[in-house]
Write a protein that binds this ligand. Structure first.
Ligand SMILES: C[S@@+](CC[C@H](N)C(=O)[O-])C[C@H]1O[C@@H](n2cnc3c(N)ncnc32)[C@H](O)[C@@H]1O
Length: 282
């Protein structure tokens, strides 16, 4: 195996072994609003594929597993960090099996799954192609691969160009810290060396995120027939949702309306959205 590929896996194990205790409480994607959003995305996909069996790639502490176990009977999770998988809650009716393995070389049973998921995961890989191949091989004909919460290249590119000392609004300054200097924050709060963090998030911190056009070409070359992209989390959305000059109802309504209009303005507005996701059908 290529040594850079292996180094990124080792950085991931080092980073996530340190984060595993706090992961499900500290990471914003575990907030109930986001769990609800992801459930609303997954529900129609489970119905469309009449899903019984799901493969979750880079399953971590079980973010997708916790949602999916209400809808499917068998879930297989794959992850390289044992400390993360040790936190997975296996309660409930679904049979949950976990595999400590690299997703790119995972010996998957061909055509055995109705759905494959990869949440906040693809940007942790040195090279996504072997893992996209795993997803494709795992799926039955017509099966769905859902990937989400990966960095949007156009947002990262815009923010990375800005000056940390520049005079911008708070919403822009915050993104400069979160996008360009997150490694300093992780070093301070989790004692993880900056280089390890940057290597563990290779697709984000080294490659600068994903472009829909590159992902589409990659997925189609592998054999996926139809790919749909979506963008979410516009700049300032967090500030607006927490803005106490408005009532709670107003804040959420304004955030929804802003989102609807920015979505209408795609592709012109694409650099304003932090994250990209896709649904690919075999
Ligand atoms: C940001 S976490 C996401 C976990 C979970 N999907 C979630 O949404 O909370 C990324 C996970 O990918 C795992 N990972 C990184 N590289 C991997 C690889 N090559 N194969 C399998 N898992 C990997 C890490 O150990 C970590 O648990």
């Amino acid at each position: 195996m290529n040594t850079d590929y292996q180094k990124v896996i080792e950085a991931n194990i080092a980073l996530h072994s340190k984060m595993s205790d706090d992961y499900s409480t500290c990471e914003p994607h575990f907030r109930p609003e986001n769990v609800n959003n992801v459930e609303q995305k997954l529900k129609p996909l489970f119905e469309q594929t009449q899903a019984k069996k799901l493969l979750d790639l880079g399953c971590g502490t079980g973010f997708v597993i916790n949602i999916a176990k209400k809808y499917v009977s068998t879930i297989h999770g794959v992850d390289v960090t044992q400390a993360m998988m040790d936190k997975v809650d296996k309660s409930g009716n679904a049979t949950i099996e976990l595999f400590n393995h690299d997703t790119g070389s995972f010996p998957v049973q061909s055509g055995a799954y109705d759905m494959v998921t990869a949440y906040s995961f693809l940007h942790h890989l040195y090279d996504i192609t072997p893992t996209l191949n795993t997803a494709f091989n795992a799926l039955k004909e017509g099966g769905i691969f859902y990937a989400d919460l990966d960095p949007n290249y156009y947002f990262w590119e815009g923010v990375n160009k800005l000056d940390r000392e520049g005079s911008y609004d708070e919403i822009v300054k915050r993104e400069i810290e979160m996008v360009t200097y997150k490694d300093e924050d992780i070093e301070k709060n989790f004692g993880v060396d900056k280089d390890i963090f940057n290597s563990a998030e290779y697709g984000k911190n080294i490659k600068g995120g994903f472009r829909a056009e590159d992902l589409e070409a990659n997925l189609k070359a592998i054999g996926f027939k139809k790919v749909t992209f979506f963008y979410h989390w516009f700049i300032g959305q967090g500030k607006l949702i927490n803005d106490e000059t408005f009532t709670k109802e107003e804040r959420f309504k304004y955030a929804d309306v802003t989102n609807v209009y920015l979505q209408k303005a795609l592709p012109l507005s694409k650099n304003l959205f932090k994250y990209i996701g896709f649904i690919a059908q075999k």
